[in-house]
Design a protein around this ligand. Structure first.
Ligand SMILES: NC(=O)c1ccc[n+]([C@@H]2O[C@H](COP(=O)([O-])OP(=O)(O)OC[C@H]3O[C@@H](n4cnc5c(N)ncnc54)[C@H](O)[C@@H]3O)[C@@H](O)[C@H]2O)c1
Length: 337
């Protein structure tokens, strides 16, 4: 299977490593890579010395005949490149957020329906073992009903990125479509669409939203999610959740060891085994790739079986973008008020 990667910066480099590890087990090969940054292209080629290199993703799509392409560019380029790849008959793995506007949501769905290719969106939290544990605990009902869920994802100001694209809301969608969408997407995976929501927010001086605290109502519980792009620079990246069930409280905190604990109301504390992919292949430690390897392996398994990647399908990625876009509008209204 011939595979291309468009964008091998921060995220694309992880895709490249995961694909290299996966090529040990399956018949995939990265044969074409595009990136605007020459050092990143050179780094990516070290894993695939035969790959053809391009400076632009469009050119790669026009010139190459590939089975599948990974799109890991700045977010504002996702929709056009995904459409072009689908029109060229390629399957697509596109990073989150799949797009940044309602019009692009509609356009992507129309082209996918017409071309019949398979598309997966990199909503990777659905594949993180800590969150898979919570999903399994909720679905099994073993701790009783879920009464509330609080999730947080806190990051310092995003200063990396090609031509500072994170700092242009039209290109990144702000903290809401870039970071907060991970938890919004997981919430939708767990509980479906909320009945209603409200947000509080703050913004940088230039007006781009940099913090959101959103509360979502469901028939039997509420969910509170905070996304923040502006903690003090020395604070490490910090995702967490607290799920309040009838008979237990499940806590994940990336700073704790073990990171996931279940505090049962009967006084017993569980430390569930959180299984990460492990093993070193091709010099690549899969445990450091974690869910990023798992999601990509899942996608190629779906392609091999000829089934839709239902866990993180295009339709699911679009559902999360549509909700996040409504939150973004509400966040700006909250900041103006
Ligand atoms: N799933 C996750 O946890 C996760 C984490 C980080 C980023 N992301 C997503 O991954 C995407 C990329 O983010 P990043 O942090 O890697 O950004 P980045 O700026 O580090 O990398 C983007 C790369 O795209 C290249 N590029 C720009 N325009 C191009 C073009 N026309 N053709 C080919 N290459 C082009 C740039 O040279 C750069 O190397 C974003 O959509 C981001 O939201 C996802």
């Amino acid at each position: 299977m011939k595979v291309g990667i468009i964008g091998v910066g921060g995220m694309g480099a992880s895709h490249n490593q995961a694909l290299k590890a996966l090529s040990e087990k399956t018949g995939i090969e990265v044969t074409a890579i595009a990136d605007r940054t020459p050092e990143y292209l050179a780094r990516a080629k070290e894993l695939w010395p035969e790959a053809v290199l391009y400076e632009d993703g469009r050119e790669l799509l026009e010139k190459e005949k590939l089975d599948c392409v990974h799109i890991c560019t700045p977010s504002f380029l996702h929709a056009d490149l995904t459409v072009a790849a689908m029109e060229a008959g390629m399957h697509v793995f596109v990073e989150k957020p799949v797009c940044l506007s309602a019009a692009d949501c509609d356009r992507l769905l129309e082209v996918k329906k017409r071309t019949g290719v398979k598309v997966m969106v990199g909503q990777v939290v659905r594949f993180f073992p800590e969150y898979r544990f919570l999903k399994e605990a909720y679905d099994s009902g073993r701790y009783g009903k879920l009464k509330s869920l609080v999730m947080r994802r806190l990051s310092k100001n995003v200063r990396w990125g090609y031509e500072n694209w994170f700092h242009d809301e039209k290109k990144s969608g702000s903290v809401i479509l870039d970071l907060h969408i991970h938890d919004v997407d997981f919430m939708r995976y767990l509980l479906g669409e909320p009945e209603q929501f409200q947000v509080r927010a703050t913004a940088y001086e230039g007006g781009m939203i940099n913090q959101v605290v959103a509360e979502f109502d469901y028939p039997e519980q509420f969910v509170s999610i905070e996304g923040l792009w502006d903690v003090a620079p020395d604070l490490p990246f910090h995702p967490s959740f607290r799920a309040h069930f009838e008979n237990a409280t499940v806590i994940y905190d990336s700073k704790d060891k073990p990171a996931v604990k279940v505090w049962r109301n009967d006084g017993v504390t569980e430390e569930p085994e959180i299984v990460k992919e492990s093993g070193v292949q091709c010099g690549i430690d899969l445990s450091s790739l974690g869910g990023y390897y798992t999601e990509i392996a899942y996608f190629y398994d779906c392609l091999a079986k000829g089934v839709e990647p239902e866990i993180a399908s295009l339709e699911e990625g679009i559902g999360s973008v549509r909700l996040a876009l409504r939150e973004l509008e509400a966040a700006h209204a909250a900041v103006r008020a």
